[in-house]
Design a protein. Sequence first.
Length: 288
Amino acid sequence: MKQRELGNTGLMLKAIGLGAMPLSISGRPDETQAFAVIEAFVADGGNFIDTANVYCLDDDDIGHNERLIRRALDSLGANGRVMVATKGGLRRPGGAWVVDGDPGWLRQSCENSLRALQTDCIGLYQLHAVDPKVDFRRSLEALVKLQEEGKVRYLGLSNVSPAQLEQALDFTVIASVQNRCNLFDQQDFHNGLIDFCQARRITYIPYSPVGGHHGHLRLGQEPLPQQLATRYQCSPYRVALAWLLHKGRHILPIPGASKVASIRDSLRATELKLNAEDIAVIDRLAGQ
Ligand SMILES: NC(=O)c1ccc[n+]([C@@H]2O[C@H](COP(=O)([O-])OP(=O)(O)OC[C@H]3O[C@@H](n4cnc5c(N)ncnc54)[C@H](OP(=O)(O)O)[C@@H]3O)[C@@H](O)[C@H]2O)c1
């Protein structure tokens, strides 16, 4: 329950990562609070942080989240102990989220991320989304080139279908897939993607694992997660994360947090043991 291997790299990570997006998008906390969230995560044993160049307010603010994480880890002396995974392939014009998988933009984004993170090599670089306007192979080629140049250690994908993952695997090694997945949104369990990742030793990283930036409030309203939380004397958030952890040893959820209490609570999901009946009941929740 407690550790996850990244792909088949031999690199072991704590089974719950930190999704750092809420620290940098609209409604973000002040820097003192943001640093406190990262500090609490590291103090409680966290060693995998998910970010992206576009976790920011708009195109003028690109790299906000990466710079923040770097400064926080520097101040904690924790840079070598934490893997920071970032992404390229989106833009934020006027604060919108726009896909751009053009090879030139991917290279520019990666180079900007290297500067923002103040590193020579990004541990895990993820294609944020497949751009329907660009041949997928051209986006992949750009990423492989960055890897060959030593700018990126491992490659990951995000927001992909099973067919797109298979296409990418014909081309290169993929260490991780990051898709939306939570107890209300179980598509990747039904379309075979999560099983396929397990068979191919690819880490599956559920994003929005407690329901999403706004959707997480639904957890407090649904009777079932509440009932289980009462039985196990924990929060419904922990139940939601423990359910994901029970679904496979290759699953590494990245709950977001803008408050210290949230990430402290989420990390404790690794201690919660659900029984087979609980898991089966949650499995059926998405269809209701
Ligand atoms: N690849 C992609 O396209 C993509 C898309 C979306 C997200 N992501 C990644 O996935 C991460 C997580 O997704 P998300 O932030 O959208 O949604 P989420 O993790 O489902 O929900 C985040 C919100 O839930 C609250 N929360 C989480 N755990 C909690 C707990 N134990 N107790 C109380 N509240 C809790 C937090 O509230 P507070 O803010 O009050 O602490 C947080 O802001 C992001 O940060 C980002 O790194 C990736």
